[in-house]
Design a binder for this molecule. Structure first.
Ligand SMILES: C[S@@+](CC[C@H](N)C(=O)[O-])C[C@H]1O[C@@H](n2cnc3c(N)ncnc32)[C@H](O)[C@@H]1O
Length: 380
């Protein structure tokens, strides 16, 4: 059976996620802001959850229809064989959203969707009350300009929750966004990568996972693993294959530093949790850092304007300039909401992409260095 699936992502990272889905060998149906629809089997649902580095969630599109009235909503939801999907004790929850639609009351849409599901379930289970003590099923009834899609979330916790970041600082970047930043850069596993504001280590760890081919979801479970209506037979093999595909021998040239010693200790723990403890981590104020490698790539998430006062912010970015001035062969990628970045760094970005870090509108600046000469790769 082929399902229509929807992977969600940070606004601005759709192209990266689309590439990842195509790399899994899957066919794309559509790309819109923060949403990519694609087709896949039961096994593909599990593979997508396990392997997509930049997807926030993977949903199964259970139903799609036009809904101008509550009757249409009810009838369409009722039409599914719900007892095939939900066990008697299923702990199911209906979330909702509506945009420019006749059915604009989200709470009514949720209530009617739930009513239709329960009425249909009653034809099989015949109960007055569903205790919902069993496994979790999260649905979303989403109505966009009178077009309804009923989604079932196959991920569970958001896919940024890889499971390696047990502790973090005040402003960690989401793992999915860090992976997108790396994928949008010129970095490849043969070049050095450095994050001078590494905090809990997210960017270096995501890069190391890419270099070693560690599946982003390898430490965790997904909701789809308890969906009995799917063909679960291949899930175990897919996980086993992912473990076998890890390239443990891949040498890393990945470094992170931060002026906060506690953050470096947290980052060290996090690297151990996912088996990339050979990332080089050290404590240092950015201005004082000395790096010997050439043709590396800085990918970083310095402090944001909303968190620091202007004077401290100017000083921090000024100190960062001191570092990158010492690294003329490096390329630099920075995600920030700091508006004076190009002025303070005294250079014009080669590219400037709008990315949303949660609700904060940020820009992802690219400052390209020279390409490594051929001899650079020959020496490796
Ligand atoms: C936005 S956080 C980075 C979060 C990180 N990407 C993560 O996922 O945890 C910025 C980090 O910059 C560090 N920092 C701030 N000013 C610094 C400076 N002048 N030199 C080095 N590190 C600094 C802070 O300690 C903080 O951990």
């Amino acid at each position: 059976m082929i399902y229509t699936l929807t992977a969600t992502c940070h606004f601005g990272t759709e192209a990266v996620l689309k590439r990842e889905i195509l790399d899994l060998g899957l066919e794309i149906k559509s790309v819109t802001d923060g949403h990519i629809e694609f087709y896949g089997t039961s096994a593909d649902i599990f593979r997508a959850n396990l392997w997509l580095r930049t997807a926030e969630r993977v949903h199964i599109n259970l139903l799609e229809f036009n809904a101008y009235t509550f009757d249409e909503l009810y009838e369409n939801v009722f039409s599914l064989d719900w007892a095939d999907i939900l066990p008697e004790d299923a702990n199911f929850v209906i979330n909702g959203r509506s945009y420019e639609s006749k059915l604009f009351s989200i709470s009514d849409c949720q209530r009617i969707t739930e009513r239709a599901i329960i009425d249909k379930l009653n034809l099989t289970y015949n109960k007055d009350y569903y205790e919902k003590t069993g496994k979790k099923f999260n649905f979303e009834i989403s109505i966009n300009r009178d077009h309804a899609i009923l989604y079932l979330d196959s991920s569970g916790a958001g896919l940024h929750k890889r499971g390696y970041r047990k502790m973090q600082g005040a402003a960690p970047i989401k793992e999915t966004l860090a992976a997108a930043m790396i994928n949008l850069s010129v970095w490849n596993k043969d070049r050095p990568l450095y994050d001078p504001f590494c905090g809990s280590g997210t960017i270096p760890i995501e890069a190391a996972m890419i270099a070693r081919n560690i599946a982003p979801g390898i430490l965790r479970r997904f909701s789809c693993e308890h969906f009995e209506f799917l063909d679960l037979s291949e899930f175990r093999t897919i996980r086993k294959d992912a473990k076998a595909a890890i390239n443990k021998d891949m040498a890393l040239n990945i470094t992170g530093s931060d002026y906060d010693r506690n953050m470096i200790m947290i980052a060290r723990d996090n690297t151990q949790n996912i088996g990339v403890e050979d990332i080089f981590l050290f404590t240092k104020e950015v201005r004082k850092v000395e790096i010997e490698d050439e043709y590396g790539v800085i990918i970083t998430n310095p402090p944001y304007g909303i968190r620091l006062d202007d004077e401290l912010l100017d000083r921090t970015y000024g100190n960062f300039k001191t570092l990158i001035d010492k690294l003329p062969t490096w390329s630099t990628y920075i995600i920030t909401d700091y508006e004076k970045l190009e002025t303070v760094l005294d250079r014009k970005a080669d590219k400037n992409r709008k990315l949303y870090n949660g609700k904060i509108k940020t820009y992802y600046y690219t400052f390209l260095g020279p390409r490594p000469p051929k001899e650079y790769y020959e020496k490796l």
